[in-house]
Ligand binder design. Structure first.
Ligand code: G3I
Length: 356
């Protein structure tokens, strides 16, 4: 397994990157994270902001994306809120088309995000009222059109996001919170996965959620049982997304992350870290940046070392475009300069032997 490629070999190949010497943060090396990741059988990705200051117009943003990552995911433009913004007859695919084309021209894989979710929906849908049959038809039509649009060009889909609520009970999100739960009932998840599989039998299909990374939490137990139930009913599912929205100082240990990966791997699932960011409370200090570097490193090392984990996606490229910008959660700062966490991830990718 090429993940056995040792650090020494990578250093000889000139692939490893030195961390920042002292306070000086050097420019990123010419060969980005993706080249190191490829040597370790790992996919390293980023969520892409479609905006005048980002993709596709800002050249430094776009160049960073192409240099550093071999997976991209649309942060927002493949969601209901973008594609279906203007009504049931509205299909705005142009933004996702641009991202898919960019990925194809830069040797990148695409994670599709997201087909069915209680959030990120347009106002007309949130205000609507449908019977079960009408809602099933609506969801199946959406998934067939969206997955069909990029059939064969999207590697993995987040089919369903966040169906389990936060809190100690690990219960499903209520019908008040989720139109799909309200209109269809609990089997809306089965409907979504079956529709996605029918639209693109070759795409990997994921359930994606946050706060499921610590072993045996109520929410993780609920997600485990939800997926086991899907499998028992013969619903096609291939993987689970650990979103990885962490708070500095509360990122699970590598052992905890790997124990959680073990659990879902035992169901035969692929595990991917799908939305990694580690936010800190201001002020941003060198000590906090160093801790963020260590916590970022441990997540990447956990994925490198666990046989079921093959991908780590950052939920953005730079802090300036992050949904939690104030918390400086990503590998690049708002000026697109690499942070200590970037170099820590780089060293993890170029570092110790991966899978044992
Ligand atoms: O682009 C429009 C802009 O034209 C308009 O003027 C403005 C004000 O209405 O809204 C802009 O769209 C916003 C979009 O982010 C781009 O900034 C949407 O309102 C806003 O809802 C959207 O928020 C996104 C959120 O999901 C909801 O879709 C965040 O960027 C995105 O980071 C966040 O990502 C989610 C994942 O999809 C699922 N996991 C959790 C994660 C964080 O919440």
């Amino acid at each position: 397994m090429s993940r056995r490629l040792t650090a020494a070999a990578l250093l000889l190949l000139g692939l490893a990157g030195a961390g920042p010497a002292g306070g000086q943060t050097p420019a990123p090396p010419t060969e980005g994270l993706r080249h190191l990741a490829a040597g370790r059988d790992l996919w390293i990705g980023a969520a892409v902001a479609y905006a005048p200051t980002a993709f596709p117009t800002d050249s430094r943003y776009v160049n960073t994306l192409a240099r550093e990552f071999n997976v991209l995911v649309a942060e927002n433009v493949m969601k209901w809120q973008t594609i279906r913004r203007d009504g049931r007859a509205s299909w705005r695919f142009q933004f996702g088309d641009e991202l898919v084309a960019f990925a194809q021209s830069h040797g990148m894989r695409v994670r599709g995000h997201v087909l069915a979710w209680h959030s990120g929906i347009p106002s007309w849908l949130a205000r609507a009222s449908f019977s079960r049959e009408e809602a099933i038809a609506l969801l199946e039509e959406h998934i067939a059109r969206v997955v069909g649009r990029w059939k064969g060009r999207i590697w993995a889909w987040d089919v369903v996001n966040e169906a389990i609520a936060d809190g100690p009970a690990g219960s499903r999100r209520s019908p008040q919170e989720s139109v799909w739960e309200r209109w269809i009932g609990e089997d809306w998840i089965d409907v979504a996965f079956r529709a996605a599989a029918a639209a693109d039998p070759d795409a990997l299909l994921f359930y994606n959620d946050y706060n499921i990374e610590a072993p045996f939490s109520a929410k993780q137990n609920a997600v485990y049982n939800l997926i086991a139930g899907l499998q028992a009913r013969g619903v096609p599912i291939h993987g689970v997304g650990f979103q990885g929205h962490f708070v500095l100082g509360q990122t699970p240990s590598k052992a905890a992350l790997m124990a959680s990966m073990d659990r879902f791997a035992a169901l035969g699932l692929i595990v991917q870290v799908t939305e990694l960011d580690i936010r800190m409370s201001p002020p941003i200090t060198p000590a906090k940046l160093a801790q963020q570097a260590e916590e970022s490193r441990r997540v990447v090392e956990a994925c490198l070392e666990h046989p079921a984990c093959d991908t780590v996606v950052l939920w953005g490229i730079d802090d300036g475009h992050s949904w939690r910008a104030g918390g400086a959660p990503l590998l690049f700062d708002a000026r697109l300069e690499p942070k200590p966490a970037y170099f820590a991830v780089r060293e993890a990718l170029a570092g110790r032997p991966g899978r044992l």
